[in-house]
Design a protein around this ligand. Structure first.
Ligand code: AMP
Length: 417
């Protein structure tokens, strides 16, 4: 089935083909007709499934305006609003709208925090039929009376699970007070849990449930490998893997900003051009790093979970979990960076003995065991006493509580992206 059979305007079918898409992905095949039929939807789709086009194309269709007849609005009356948890995802979604909307005069606008308000206000002055925004910056604009949401027709929550993880629920509630009840609402989430269902009950009316993969499962095209290795040899192993196998574009995840900086520094010393991105880096620095990585000028990008959210790196083949995440669902987001839109990928996790409990949590989310193996030359030293590999030992419980608290405070600090 091609894009032309989905009922989309011919200019959008053309844009999809210009983007190189030969056929709609499963999420697009299911979501596009439902959205065009004005239904609310709740879609379980991971990054890399083509979920952005699944909502961007039908929204552009519904708001289509031929180039010659549209006039700039005096005030930014937003007709479709897409909320994203991070600036990077915000930019990625906005860029998709620009790409697909190239033959339409619909006004597009973007608003995210961490940068000056003025250019975003200027952009909105030209109109904002479709606005892609992070919640904090949207509330800033609402409080300054720059935008009007009273005629909103479509509201999209992209990566709703991450929005809740990042503590955006209060912001979401404030935004909901400003939008009409008659709107159409589309909710996209990589994972579903009780909090998401609770949110969906509040947001959606008689939604159509769309799932392109089983809930909380990893992309099937991604080969997942776990290497047991001592914590103090991880850096050496990671440099060896990238160097000896001559991998060109590798994304490595660490849990902390400090860890990301340290690893990047050490890998540079090993002769591998590496850059770290995390919440303490300026927006400009993050964008520059990502661009250099995409262009192949930087071989390895080390990122924290929040910083990596929303990164669109086409054809990324290798993801390495230098440390497993504290929040098991983040594992799915991490490995979703590879094997995108049908291509294959390899996700390697480096597991120190004291991280066993984190692997168990990941396996519980996946509903599957991940076989562990040793990498020749980097076998763990079994004579060493691990910090603790007993899940229920007192020290493990304490460490876990501390680590969880750390994760939460980090998330809260970053909620105003
Ligand atoms: P997303 O899941 O929206 O982040 O999209 C992941 C990647 O898939 C992006 O690089 C898109 O450009 C690409 N993509 C989206 N739709 C299709 C399609 N129908 N065929 C091939 N690639 C696609």
């Amino acid at each position: 089935m091609g894009f032309s059979s989905l009922g989309l305007h011919s200019s959008l079918v053309l844009a999809a083909s210009q983007a190189g898409y030969q056929a709609p992905t499963p999420i697009q095949t299911q979501a596009i007709p439902s959205i065009l039929a004005k239904k609310d939807i709740m879609a379980g789709a991971q990054t890399g499934t083509g979920k952005t086009a699944a909502f961007a194309l039908p929204i552009l269709h519904m708001l289509y305006a031929p180039i010659s007849t549209t006039e700039a609005n005096e005030k930014a009356v937003v007709r479709a609003l897409v909320l994203t948890p991070t600036r990077e995802l915000c930019q990625q979604v906005y860029n998709s709208f620009v790409k697909y909307g190239t033959n339409s005069a619909v006004n597009l606008a973007i608003a995210y925090g961490g940068v000056s308000l003025l250019p975003q206000i200027k952009m909105l002055e030209k109109g904002g039929d479709i606005l892609v925004a992070t919640p904090g910056r949207l509330l800033d604009l609402l409080s300054k009376n720059i935008i009007d949401l009273s005629s909103l027709e479509v509201l999209v929550f992209d990566e709703a699970d991450r929005m809740l993880d990042m503590g955006f629920i209060t912001d979401i509630n404030r935004i909901l007070k400003r939008v009409p009840a008659s709107r159409q609402t589309l909710l996209f989430s990589a994972t579903f849990d009780d909090a998401i269902f609770k949110l969906s009950q509040k947001l959606l009316k008689d939604p159509e449930l769309i799932e392109v993969d089983e809930r909380n499962t990893a992309a099937t095209e991604v080969e997942q490998v776990v290497y047991n290795v001592d914590a103090d040899r991880k850096r050496e192993l990671v440099s060896y893997l990238v160097g000896s196998k001559n991998w060109k574009q590798v994304l490595i995840f660490t849990r902390t900003k400090h860890g990301a900086d340290d690893l990047a520094k050490e890998m540079c010393k090993d002769g591998l051009k590496t850059v770290a991105i995390h919440g303490d880096k300026s927006q400009g620095a993050r964008e520059k790093a990502l661009l250099e990585f995409k262009e192949g000028k930087v071989r390895v990008l080390v990122a924290t979970d929040v910083a990596a959210r929303g990164l669109d790196i086409p054809e990324l083949q290798y993801v390495i979990n230098y440390e497993l995440p504290y929040i098991a669902e983040d594992y799915i987001h991490r490995i979703g960076r590879t094997g995108r839109a049908g291509s294959s990928g390899l996700a390697i996790s480096l597991l120190a003995a004291e991280e066993n409990y984190l692997l168990e949590e990941v396996e519980a989310v996946l509903g599957d065991r991940l076989p562990q193996q040793w990498f020749a030359g980097f076998e763990p030293d079994l004579t060493k006493e691990p910090v603790s590999n007993k899940k229920n030992s007192k020290s493990a419980q304490k460490r876990r509580a501390k680590e969880r608290a750390y994760g939460k405070s980090t998330a809260n600090k970053r909620r105003r992206q």
